[in-house]
Design a protein. Structure first.
Length: 144
């Protein structure tokens, strides 16, 4: 019973973290970025790594990823700006505004809730039928 509980717990974690996001193709949108929502994660080799709060206005959407991109669609590479190295977020936002960054967001709309429910139900029913067939096959083989 302990082994079954452990496998069940591991499966629940793996399903939520790694599998569910790949069941239905996500919607990808590019939205203008509000420089006030950008935060600097770190500086490496003279370039800043940026992160922004998702600028998606859909209620209940499941945001899978968000990436700050430049006007050509490439990941944003910004040289270290002194205003962003200090605690002054307004100075940093003003300095970053001239780059016209956008955010590439992948998300699942709330309207896909039942789609996910039916896909997951189908997968679990198929696994249950396969396991039942294996059990029946094993029992018939063992009895014979």
């Amino acid at each position: 019973m302990a082994a079954t509980l452990s496998i069940f717990a591991a499966l629940q974690f793996a399903w939520a973290e790694w599998i569910r996001a790949h069941l239905v193709p996500p919607v990808t949108v590019t939205v203008p970025l509000n420089p006030g929502t950008i935060s600097v994660l770190g500086i490496k080799d003279g370039f800043m790594t940026l992160q922004a709060a998702p600028a998606l206005t859909q209620q209940g959407a499941w945001i899978l990823s968000g990436q700050v991109i430049d006007t050509s669609g490439h990941p944003a590479q910004v040289p270290a700006i002194p205003a962003c190295l200090n605690a002054s977020s307004q100075g940093c936002a003003g300095s970053l505004a001239r780059f016209h960054f956008r955010e590439l967001i992948s998300y699942e709309p709330a309207s896909r809730f039942w789609t996910f429910q039916w896909v997951e139900t189908g997968i679990f029913v198929a696994v249950a039928v396969a396991l039942a067939a294996c059990c029946i096959w094993w029992l018939i083989r063992r009895i014979a």
